[in-house]
Design a protein around this ligand. Sequence first.
Ligand code: ADP
Length: 310
Amino acid sequence: MIEAKGLTKRYGSTLAVDNLSFTIEPGRVTGFLGPNGAGKSTTMRLILGLDRPTSGSVTVNGTPYAKHRRPLTEVGALLEAKAIHGGRSAYNHLLAIAQTNHIDKKRVGEVLELVGLSARAKQRAGNFSLGMGQRLGIATALLGDPSILILDEPVNGLDPEGILWIRNLLKHAAAQGKTVFVSSHLMSEMALTADHLLVIGRGRLIAAAATSEVIELSSGNHVRVRTPNPDGLTRLLDDKGASVTRVESDSSLSIHGLTIEAIGELAAANGVILHELSPVQASLEEAFMELTEDAVEYRAPGTAGDGIPT
Ligand code: ADP
Protein backbone atom coordinates (compact mmCIF):
# COMPACT_ATOMS: atom_id res chain seq x y z
CA MET A 1 0.00 0.00 0.00
CA ILE A 2 1.18 3.50 -0.83
CA GLU A 3 -0.36 6.43 1.04
CA ALA A 4 0.18 10.11 0.27
CA LYS A 5 -1.17 12.89 2.47
CA GLY A 6 -1.05 16.49 1.26
CA LEU A 7 2.04 15.67 -0.78
CA THR A 8 3.53 18.86 -2.21
CA LYS A 9 6.75 19.53 -4.12
CA ARG A 10 7.88 22.93 -5.30
CA TYR A 11 10.88 23.54 -7.57
CA GLY A 12 11.49 27.28 -7.43
CA SER A 13 8.37 28.85 -8.89
CA THR A 14 7.05 25.51 -10.27
CA LEU A 15 4.54 23.68 -8.13
CA ALA A 16 5.24 20.19 -9.52
CA VAL A 17 3.02 18.33 -7.01
CA ASP A 18 0.21 20.21 -5.31
CA ASN A 19 -1.38 18.83 -2.14
CA LEU A 20 -1.89 15.30 -3.44
CA SER A 21 -3.61 12.78 -1.20
CA PHE A 22 -4.22 9.23 -2.42
CA THR A 23 -4.03 5.57 -1.49
CA ILE A 24 -2.71 2.92 -3.86
CA GLU A 25 -4.23 -0.36 -2.73
CA PRO A 26 -2.69 -3.82 -3.00
CA GLY A 27 -4.21 -6.54 -5.18
CA ARG A 28 -4.79 -4.42 -8.23
CA VAL A 29 -2.96 -2.56 -10.97
CA THR A 30 -3.29 1.21 -10.54
CA GLY A 31 -2.50 3.27 -13.63
CA PHE A 32 -0.97 6.71 -13.14
CA LEU A 33 -2.07 9.14 -15.84
CA GLY A 34 -1.58 12.80 -16.55
CA PRO A 35 -0.48 15.06 -19.38
CA ASN A 36 3.20 15.85 -19.84
CA GLY A 37 4.53 17.83 -16.89
CA ALA A 38 1.60 16.83 -14.65
CA GLY A 39 3.94 15.71 -11.88
CA LYS A 40 3.92 11.91 -12.30
CA SER A 41 7.69 11.37 -12.21
CA THR A 42 8.05 13.80 -9.32
CA THR A 43 5.37 11.91 -7.37
CA MET A 44 7.14 8.62 -8.03
CA ARG A 45 10.47 10.09 -6.91
CA LEU A 46 8.83 11.39 -3.72
CA ILE A 47 7.40 7.94 -3.00
CA LEU A 48 10.88 6.46 -3.38
CA GLY A 49 12.55 9.07 -1.21
CA LEU A 50 14.64 10.32 -4.15
CA ASP A 51 13.24 13.80 -3.59
CA ARG A 52 11.99 15.41 -0.37
CA PRO A 53 8.49 16.81 -0.26
CA THR A 54 8.12 20.54 0.38
CA SER A 55 5.22 19.54 2.62
CA GLY A 56 3.00 16.54 3.23
CA SER A 57 4.13 12.93 3.43
CA VAL A 58 4.09 9.63 1.63
CA THR A 59 4.58 6.13 3.04
CA VAL A 60 5.04 2.67 1.55
CA ASN A 61 3.60 -0.14 3.65
CA GLY A 62 3.13 2.37 6.46
CA THR A 63 6.69 3.75 6.60
CA PRO A 64 8.59 6.36 4.56
CA TYR A 65 10.68 4.52 1.95
CA ALA A 66 14.01 5.71 3.34
CA LYS A 67 13.19 4.29 6.79
CA HIS A 68 12.78 0.71 5.55
CA ARG A 69 15.73 -1.46 6.56
CA ARG A 70 15.56 -3.58 3.41
CA PRO A 71 13.81 -1.27 0.94
CA LEU A 72 14.28 -3.50 -2.14
CA THR A 73 12.19 -6.18 -0.50
CA GLU A 74 9.39 -3.64 0.06
CA VAL A 75 9.40 -1.67 -3.21
CA GLY A 76 10.78 -2.51 -6.64
CA ALA A 77 10.98 0.47 -8.97
CA LEU A 78 11.75 1.24 -12.57
CA LEU A 79 12.10 4.97 -13.04
CA GLU A 80 14.60 5.45 -15.80
CA ALA A 81 15.63 2.55 -17.97
CA LYS A 82 19.35 2.30 -18.59
CA ALA A 83 20.25 3.85 -15.24
CA ILE A 84 22.91 1.15 -15.19
CA HIS A 85 26.66 0.79 -15.35
CA GLY A 86 27.12 0.22 -19.09
CA GLY A 87 30.37 -1.71 -18.74
CA ARG A 88 28.87 -4.41 -16.54
CA SER A 89 27.06 -7.48 -17.78
CA ALA A 90 23.36 -7.81 -16.95
CA TYR A 91 24.26 -10.60 -14.53
CA ASN A 92 26.93 -8.58 -12.73
CA HIS A 93 24.67 -5.52 -12.55
CA LEU A 94 22.00 -7.55 -10.76
CA LEU A 95 24.56 -9.41 -8.65
CA ALA A 96 26.03 -6.13 -7.35
CA ILE A 97 22.58 -4.95 -6.29
CA ALA A 98 21.73 -8.31 -4.73
CA GLN A 99 24.97 -8.41 -2.72
CA THR A 100 24.59 -4.89 -1.37
CA ASN A 101 21.01 -5.59 -0.35
CA HIS A 102 21.41 -9.01 1.29
CA ILE A 103 19.44 -10.72 -1.47
CA ASP A 104 20.24 -14.35 -2.24
CA LYS A 105 22.50 -14.71 -5.31
CA LYS A 106 20.23 -17.35 -6.81
CA ARG A 107 17.51 -14.73 -7.19
CA VAL A 108 19.66 -13.11 -9.96
CA GLY A 109 19.24 -16.13 -12.24
CA GLU A 110 15.53 -16.30 -11.40
CA VAL A 111 14.77 -12.70 -12.38
CA LEU A 112 16.89 -12.94 -15.55
CA GLU A 113 14.78 -15.95 -16.50
CA LEU A 114 11.58 -14.13 -15.59
CA VAL A 115 12.32 -11.18 -17.89
CA GLY A 116 13.66 -13.34 -20.74
CA LEU A 117 17.28 -12.19 -20.51
CA SER A 118 18.99 -15.45 -19.45
CA ALA A 119 20.66 -15.91 -22.82
CA ARG A 120 22.03 -12.34 -22.73
CA ALA A 121 23.08 -12.37 -19.07
CA LYS A 122 26.82 -12.13 -19.83
CA GLN A 123 26.52 -9.31 -22.39
CA ARG A 124 27.55 -5.78 -21.49
CA ALA A 125 24.39 -3.95 -20.49
CA GLY A 126 25.72 -0.83 -22.24
CA ASN A 127 25.09 -2.53 -25.59
CA PHE A 128 21.48 -3.38 -24.80
CA SER A 129 18.64 -2.06 -26.93
CA LEU A 130 16.02 0.14 -25.25
CA GLY A 131 13.69 -2.86 -24.92
CA MET A 132 16.38 -5.05 -23.35
CA GLY A 133 17.35 -2.19 -21.03
CA GLN A 134 13.69 -2.00 -19.98
CA ARG A 135 13.68 -5.74 -19.26
CA LEU A 136 16.84 -5.40 -17.18
CA GLY A 137 15.25 -2.49 -15.30
CA ILE A 138 12.23 -4.65 -14.56
CA ALA A 139 14.49 -7.52 -13.46
CA THR A 140 16.10 -5.06 -11.02
CA ALA A 141 12.68 -4.04 -9.69
CA LEU A 142 11.74 -7.68 -9.15
CA LEU A 143 15.04 -8.67 -7.50
CA GLY A 144 13.92 -8.30 -3.88
CA ASP A 145 10.52 -9.92 -4.61
CA PRO A 146 8.90 -6.73 -3.27
CA SER A 147 5.24 -6.37 -2.34
CA ILE A 148 5.07 -3.02 -4.18
CA LEU A 149 6.04 -2.36 -7.81
CA ILE A 150 6.40 1.20 -9.11
CA LEU A 151 7.08 1.42 -12.83
CA ASP A 152 7.37 4.62 -14.85
CA GLU A 153 6.51 4.00 -18.53
CA PRO A 154 7.59 0.32 -18.46
CA VAL A 155 6.44 -0.48 -22.00
CA ASN A 156 8.66 2.20 -23.58
CA GLY A 157 10.76 0.62 -26.31
CA LEU A 158 9.11 -2.79 -26.08
CA ASP A 159 7.71 -4.64 -29.09
CA PRO A 160 4.11 -5.99 -29.05
CA GLU A 161 5.23 -9.28 -27.54
CA GLY A 162 7.10 -7.36 -24.80
CA ILE A 163 4.06 -5.17 -24.13
CA LEU A 164 1.86 -8.23 -23.72
CA TRP A 165 4.47 -9.76 -21.43
CA ILE A 166 4.50 -6.65 -19.18
CA ARG A 167 0.70 -6.60 -19.09
CA ASN A 168 0.58 -10.21 -17.92
CA LEU A 169 3.41 -9.68 -15.45
CA LEU A 170 1.64 -6.73 -13.80
CA LYS A 171 -1.73 -8.46 -13.68
CA HIS A 172 -0.14 -11.58 -12.22
CA ALA A 173 1.68 -9.51 -9.57
CA ALA A 174 -1.61 -7.81 -8.61
CA ALA A 175 -3.41 -11.16 -8.48
CA GLN A 176 -0.74 -12.31 -6.00
CA GLY A 177 -1.73 -9.41 -3.77
CA LYS A 178 1.06 -7.00 -4.68
CA THR A 179 0.58 -3.25 -5.03
CA VAL A 180 1.26 -2.27 -8.64
CA PHE A 181 1.56 1.40 -9.58
CA VAL A 182 2.40 2.08 -13.21
CA SER A 183 2.48 5.12 -15.47
CA SER A 184 2.07 5.02 -19.23
CA HIS A 185 0.98 7.38 -21.96
CA LEU A 186 -0.40 4.48 -24.00
CA MET A 187 -4.08 4.76 -23.11
CA SER A 188 -5.22 1.64 -24.96
CA GLU A 189 -2.62 -0.34 -23.03
CA MET A 190 -3.65 1.21 -19.72
CA ALA A 191 -7.29 0.40 -20.42
CA LEU A 192 -6.30 -3.27 -20.76
CA THR A 193 -3.89 -3.39 -17.82
CA ALA A 194 -5.12 -1.06 -15.07
CA ASP A 195 -8.06 -1.90 -12.79
CA HIS A 196 -7.89 1.49 -11.15
CA LEU A 197 -6.61 4.92 -12.18
CA LEU A 198 -5.03 7.91 -10.52
CA VAL A 199 -5.25 10.91 -12.84
CA ILE A 200 -3.38 14.13 -12.11
CA GLY A 201 -2.95 17.43 -13.93
CA ARG A 202 -0.71 20.37 -12.99
CA GLY A 203 0.28 18.49 -9.85
CA ARG A 204 -3.30 18.13 -8.62
CA LEU A 205 -5.60 15.17 -8.26
CA ILE A 206 -8.18 15.00 -11.07
CA ALA A 207 -9.62 11.51 -10.54
CA ALA A 208 -9.06 8.39 -8.47
CA ALA A 209 -11.48 5.68 -9.57
CA ALA A 210 -11.93 2.30 -11.24
CA THR A 211 -10.92 2.37 -14.91
CA SER A 212 -14.48 1.40 -15.89
CA GLU A 213 -15.91 4.33 -13.88
CA VAL A 214 -13.53 6.81 -15.52
CA ILE A 215 -14.61 5.59 -18.98
CA GLU A 216 -18.30 5.69 -18.00
CA LEU A 217 -18.01 9.40 -17.18
CA SER A 218 -16.93 10.25 -20.72
CA SER A 219 -19.34 12.01 -23.03
CA GLY A 220 -18.00 9.69 -25.74
CA ASN A 221 -20.41 7.00 -24.50
CA HIS A 222 -23.49 6.89 -26.72
CA VAL A 223 -26.04 4.66 -28.38
CA ARG A 224 -25.84 3.76 -32.05
CA VAL A 225 -29.04 3.16 -33.98
CA ARG A 226 -29.81 2.23 -37.57
CA THR A 227 -33.36 2.59 -38.78
CA PRO A 228 -35.11 2.91 -42.15
CA ASN A 229 -36.94 5.93 -40.64
CA PRO A 230 -34.17 8.18 -39.24
CA ASP A 231 -36.21 11.40 -39.56
CA GLY A 232 -39.17 9.97 -37.62
CA LEU A 233 -36.98 8.57 -34.87
CA THR A 234 -34.93 11.77 -34.65
CA ARG A 235 -38.15 13.79 -34.06
CA LEU A 236 -39.23 11.40 -31.28
CA LEU A 237 -35.76 11.55 -29.69
CA ASP A 238 -35.66 15.37 -29.92
CA ASP A 239 -38.99 15.51 -28.07
CA LYS A 240 -37.43 13.48 -25.26
CA GLY A 241 -34.49 15.88 -25.03
CA ALA A 242 -31.87 13.53 -26.48
CA SER A 243 -29.07 14.81 -28.66
CA VAL A 244 -28.96 13.06 -32.06
CA THR A 245 -26.21 13.20 -34.67
CA ARG A 246 -26.52 11.65 -38.11
CA VAL A 247 -23.37 9.67 -39.03
CA GLU A 248 -23.15 10.21 -42.78
CA SER A 249 -20.70 7.39 -43.48
CA ASP A 250 -23.18 4.63 -42.60
CA SER A 251 -26.48 6.50 -42.11
CA SER A 252 -26.60 5.55 -38.45
CA LEU A 253 -27.72 7.82 -35.61
CA SER A 254 -25.45 8.61 -32.70
CA ILE A 255 -27.55 9.37 -29.61
CA HIS A 256 -26.55 11.01 -26.34
CA GLY A 257 -28.78 11.71 -23.36
CA LEU A 258 -31.12 8.68 -23.31
CA THR A 259 -30.50 5.13 -22.14
CA ILE A 260 -30.48 2.29 -24.64
CA GLU A 261 -33.63 0.89 -22.97
CA ALA A 262 -35.49 4.19 -23.31
CA ILE A 263 -34.56 4.45 -26.99
CA GLY A 264 -35.71 0.88 -27.73
CA GLU A 265 -39.00 1.40 -25.89
CA LEU A 266 -39.63 4.75 -27.58
CA ALA A 267 -39.10 3.17 -31.01
CA ALA A 268 -41.36 0.21 -30.18
CA ALA A 269 -44.13 2.39 -28.76
CA ASN A 270 -44.18 4.42 -31.99
CA GLY A 271 -43.81 1.53 -34.42
CA VAL A 272 -40.36 2.62 -35.65
CA ILE A 273 -38.37 -0.29 -37.05
CA LEU A 274 -34.80 -0.61 -35.78
CA HIS A 275 -32.07 -2.47 -37.65
CA GLU A 276 -29.49 -1.86 -34.94
CA LEU A 277 -29.52 -0.63 -31.34
CA SER A 278 -26.10 -0.84 -29.70
CA PRO A 279 -24.14 0.81 -26.90
CA VAL A 280 -20.85 2.45 -27.91
CA GLN A 281 -18.31 2.81 -25.14
CA ALA A 282 -15.87 5.71 -25.11
CA SER A 283 -12.19 4.88 -25.20
CA LEU A 284 -10.00 5.62 -22.20
CA GLU A 285 -8.20 8.06 -24.48
CA GLU A 286 -11.42 10.09 -24.96
CA ALA A 287 -12.18 10.00 -21.24
CA PHE A 288 -8.63 11.09 -20.43
CA MET A 289 -8.74 13.98 -22.92
CA GLU A 290 -11.93 15.32 -21.36
CA LEU A 291 -10.69 14.94 -17.79
CA THR A 292 -7.39 16.66 -18.43
CA GLU A 293 -8.56 19.28 -20.92
CA ASP A 294 -7.82 22.16 -18.56
CA ALA A 295 -4.53 20.73 -17.35
CA VAL A 296 -2.54 20.29 -20.55
CA GLU A 297 0.67 22.36 -20.48
CA TYR A 298 1.20 22.42 -24.20
CA ARG A 299 -1.30 21.78 -26.97
CA ALA A 300 -0.37 21.73 -30.63
CA PRO A 301 -1.87 24.70 -32.50
CA GLY A 302 -5.15 23.86 -34.20
CA THR A 303 -5.88 20.83 -32.05
CA ALA A 304 -8.28 22.43 -29.59
CA GLY A 305 -9.09 19.78 -27.06
CA ASP A 306 -7.18 17.02 -28.79
CA GLY A 307 -3.51 17.71 -28.14
CA ILE A 308 -1.63 14.48 -27.76
CA PRO A 309 -0.62 13.92 -24.14
CA THR A 310 2.48 11.93 -23.34
P1 ADP B 1 5.49 14.23 -15.62
O1 ADP B 1 6.31 13.06 -15.15
O2 ADP B 1 4.04 14.09 -15.31
O3 ADP B 1 5.73 14.55 -17.08
P2 ADP B 1 7.25 15.78 -13.92
O4 ADP B 1 7.07 15.26 -12.56
O5 ADP B 1 8.47 15.34 -14.68
O6 ADP B 1 5.94 15.53 -14.79
O7 ADP B 1 7.31 17.38 -13.88
C1 ADP B 1 6.34 18.17 -13.22
C2 ADP B 1 6.76 19.65 -13.28
O8 ADP B 1 7.89 19.85 -12.44
C3 ADP B 1 7.18 20.10 -14.67
O9 ADP B 1 6.75 21.43 -14.84
C4 ADP B 1 8.68 20.00 -14.64
O10 ADP B 1 9.27 20.92 -15.52
C5 ADP B 1 8.99 20.34 -13.18
N1 ADP B 1 10.19 19.66 -12.68
C6 ADP B 1 10.34 18.31 -12.54
N2 ADP B 1 11.55 18.01 -11.99
C7 ADP B 1 12.17 19.21 -11.79
C8 ADP B 1 13.45 19.59 -11.25
N3 ADP B 1 14.32 18.69 -10.80
N4 ADP B 1 13.74 20.92 -11.21
C9 ADP B 1 12.86 21.83 -11.64
N5 ADP B 1 11.64 21.56 -12.14
C10 ADP B 1 11.30 20.26 -12.23
